[in-house]
Design a protein around this ligand. Structure first.
Ligand SMILES: Nc1ncnc2c1ncn2[C@@H]1O[C@H](COP(=O)(O)OP(=O)(O)OP(=O)(O)O)[C@@H](O)[C@H]1O
Length: 255
């Protein structure tokens, strides 16, 4: 039996009369690079917000590696190992690239704080360790040369890599990636794809919101298609492409 990493049962999120997420039940297997696609307004971001703890669902349950996480605060979800990136990257614009990584809170923030306070000599060692880790991650996301550049000078694609780097500082078990390809040139996109695959090979699971269907087809399985708050179909690229309900959902979105 396939083990499930992320499971939602009948999750609903409403804004007034609008059911942005309407009874979504999903089982995402351990270690999958899964995609969440669908036309504009389908409810993808709202579902991400519910998974990350930014929104409490009106009803339904969410489990991560078997633990209930619906209704938990974002920092609790983060501590359990779910990191997220945003459609529009949110770096500290004036801080350098490496500082942007070093400001990510450790997953066990309290423990580190008390340890440092009780043994102040360790603060420097802790900072050196953090810097080493940040440098290693910058190597991995191909941003080492830009370590000292202010984040505001980065291109769209480099900002996406910075977001991925910030997520990795938390040693996540799972990453919610919001539109990794948006505004990214073809060369950097290949770097992003390759890095996602490498991380997945190390056991990190992904759920990826993406409008670039070519990328989704190459990278993701399973593909979850949402429309009007509901899951339309879940399957591989061929299944999804051939499904009339998916075609209808996207055509319905055309002007
Ligand atoms: N905070 C909010 N208040 C009211 N309505 C909202 C709010 N957030 C989202 N919505 C509405 O909920 C529906 C789903 O939006 P959502 O952003 O989740 O869709 P999406 O699939 O992520 O779309 P896109 O691909 O355009 O980002 C839309 O009709 C949207 O207008």
């Amino acid at each position: 039996m396939t083990r499930v990493m992320l499971e939602t049962q009948n999750v609903t999120v409403s804004f007034g009369a609008l059911r942005a997420v309407d009874g979504v039940s999903l089982s995402i297997p351990v270690d999958a690079i899964a995609a969440l696609i669908g036309p504009n307004g389908a409810g993808k971001t709202t579902l991400f917000n519910a998974l990350a703890g930014a929104i409490r669902p009106d009803s339904g349950t969410i489990r991560f590696a078997g633990t209930r996480i619906d209704g938990l605060k974002p920092h609790r979800v983060f501590e359990l190992g779910i990191a997220r990136t945003f459609q529009i990257p949110r770096p500290f614009a004036e801080l350098s690239v490496i500082e942007n990584l070093m400001t990510v809170p450790p997953r066990q923030a309290g423990e580190t704080f008390w340890r440092n306070w009780l043994t102040p000599g360790r603060v420097r060692a802790e900072e050196a360790r953090l810097r080493d880790k940040a440098e290693e991650i910058l190597d991995f996301v191909a941003l080492r040369k830009l370590a000292l550049a202010p984040a505001r000078t980065l291109s769209g694609g480099q900002l996406k890599l910075l977001e991925l780097g910030r997520a990795l500082m938390a040693d996540p078990r799972y990453i919610l990636l919001d539109e990794p390809a948006a505004g990214v040139n073809a060369v950097l996109l290949e770097t992003i794809v390759e890095r996602i695959r490498a991380l997945n090979a190390r056991g990190i699971g992904f759920l990826v919101i993406e409008h670039n269907i070519d990328l989704v087809t190459r990278l993701c399985h399973p593909i979850v298609v949402m429309a009007q708050g509901q899951v339309v179909v879940v399957g591989d690229a061929d299944t999804v492409r051939a499904d009339q309900r998916v075609i209808d959902a996207y055509l319905g979105d055309m002007p």
